[in-house]
Design a protein around this ligand. Structure first.
Ligand SMILES: [Zn+2]
Length: 208
């Protein structure tokens, strides 16, 4: 056996980020106000997967060609992916708000995890080890496998204590608070933090 050779076929997934599931959940902005969707169809979903290293450029092209030939199936995969995203958002929002996650939302993620390709094989790639997975077609659990692992890993990890939703009630993006004293309130200072500061300043000067 050639011990350095990659097993034939499959995809090598290297270093999925631990908060990948939150990035996916945050593909809707302003959930507390006028929600802005950034994934409108299967094509946008697979491009998001490629941009976040869930799919290679080649895999992305293949998925797009497949969706051209199977538009109805692609639309069903897209609907499944959005259902997984919404269930994940509800779970993580509940955890961030120190509430109990809805069992229905957990069941959606569990069903998808069970259908996702298994993380069984570690293979050395150019930049270190990665998970070798075999995607069986373009189902939502297959495309989103690293998102689902990230969701499961985060749910069972002590990091849930650092899970927050943005204090801007219009934004409500999710993030992990890695600040030393655990006091981060905004998804980003540039976006929501500065807006809140400007608003406080406005209120102060108005009532002065
Ligand atoms: Zn925000």
């Amino acid at each position: 056996m050639n011990r350095t050779a990659k097993p034939p076929g499959g995809t090598l997934l290297v270093a999925p980020r631990r908060d990948l599931c939150l990035d996916f959940a945050n593909t809707v902005s302003y959930r507390g106000g006028d929600p802005q969707e950034s994934l409108h169809d299967f094509g946008e979903l697979v491009r998001w997967c490629a941009a976040n290293a869930l799919l290679t450029a080649d895999g992305c092209e293949r998925a797009l060609r497949w969706s051209d030939q199977h538009p109805e199936q692609a639309a069903a995969v897209f609907a499944d992916a959005i259902a997984i995203r919404e269930a994940s958002y509800r779970i993580f929002f509940a955890i961030a708000a120190r509430r109990v996650a809805e069992p229905r939302a957990v069941a959606v993620v569990n069903r998808a995890l069970a259908a996702a390709p298994a993380r069984r094989l570690l293979v050395r790639g150019n930049k270190g080890f990665g998970w070798q997975i075999d995607r069986d077609g373009f189902s939502a659990p297959a495309l989103l496998a690293p998102v689902l692992w990230s969701a499961g890993d985060l749910m069972v990890s002590p990091d849930t204590i650092r899970l927050r939703h943005c204090s801007n009630q219009l934004c409500l993006w999710l993030f992990l608070d890695d600040s030393k004293n655990g006091s981060r309130r905004w998804c980003s200072m540039q976006a929501c933090g500065n807006r809140a500061k400007a608003h406080r300043h406005y209120l102060r000067t108005r009532t002065a």
